[in-house]
Design a protein around this ligand. Structure first.
Ligand code: URA
Length: 283
């Protein structure tokens, strides 16, 4: 019934627009629904073009230009852009509010023209000591996940939202979650790393990484994970942070993270063996 169809479509669009005006940056939509909507939007009729625009409005979090609009840099240009950025961070006036007193810069590691970028939260004590992200226990688990996908740390790029370990006043050990003001302060530096690398896919590890990239959300990581989002044209796969996996050793959580990685591998058109498809499946 075309009349009903348009009415429903109009209602959906105005609902999405009002959500956006209220500051909602994205809505929950399963990858299956999104791909079937995108399929129907491929048919060239005006209704599906409107539907396509509505889907885009609902899933594209901002009006910022796509990162692929900037010219692609050569390897040398990327290296010098990253070196400049790192110098810039080192020269920041170290406000005690934003930087721990004895913290080292943990800038990022990996290949500057990587197709896949992993984004974490903030360095911990091990990373602070090494000046390299994800080298402690959570990092070792991340390395295992990367290796299970037939990749290694040298062929992807790994960075955090925060470039220094958050201070932990009055505490001799342990880490703390970054505050919103810290995420806001540091995100522009990560954003420039993303612009330099221009990855084809980003994996956001945990809620802080998702919040930095896509804005705060009323939905927790448990519901966000496994569903593609967009950051300025780059597909983002939210998944659980490896530290959560260390705390929660359940088979099903491991499988969920692995399913997110399978989606990433598919998106990057990487070969996937039957054995890889079956990891963490109980027979
Ligand atoms: N957790 C993170 O989010 N980043 C690291 O570098 C290490 C642990």
């Amino acid at each position: 019934m075309p009349g009903d169809y348009y009415q429903l479509l109009d209602a959906t669009i105005s609902h999405l627009e009002s959500l956006r005006q209220r500051g909602v940056r994205y809505v929950d939509i399963s990858s299956e629904s999104l791909s079937s909507l995108a399929k129907s939007a491929k048919q060239k009729n005006s209704a599906s073009l409107v539907a396509q625009a509505a889907i885009k409005a609902a899933t594209q979090p901002s009006n910022e230009p796509s990162i692929y609009d900037s010219p692609q840099l050569s390897c040398d240009e990327k290296e010098s852009a990253m070196a400049k950025l790192s110098e810039e961070i080192l020269s920041i006036d170290k406000s005690p509010e934003l930087l721990a007193s004895k913290a080292n810069l943990v800038f990022g590691t990996g290949k500057l023209d990587a197709e896949l970028m992993f984004i974490g939260e903030a360095p911990g004590a091990d990373e602070d000591q090494a000046g390299v992200p994800f080298v402690g226990k959570a990092g070792q688990l991340l390395t295992k996940i990367i290796n299970a996908a037939n990749l290694d740390r040298e062929t992807v790029y790994i960075a955090n939202i925060l470039k220094y370990r958050p201070d932990t006043p009055g505490q001799a050990f342990g880490n703390r979650k970054p505050r919103p003001d810290e995420i806001k302060f540091w995100f522009p530096y990560l954003r420039r790393q993303i612009e330099i690398i221009q990855p084809r896919v980003i994996v956001a590890l945990g809620a802080t990484a998702v919040e930095g990239l896509l804005g705060s959300t009323p939905t927790g990581i448990t519901r966000l994970r496994g569903n593609w989002r967009l950051y300025r044209g780059v597909p983002v796969m939210p998944t659980f942070h490896p530290s959560y996996l260390l705390r929660n050793q359940s088979w099903s959580v491991k499988r969920q993270v692995w399913e997110d990685m399978l989606q990433v591998m598919e998106r990057l058109k990487m070969p996937i063996s039957e054995k890889q498809r079956g990891y963490f499946l109980r027979s």
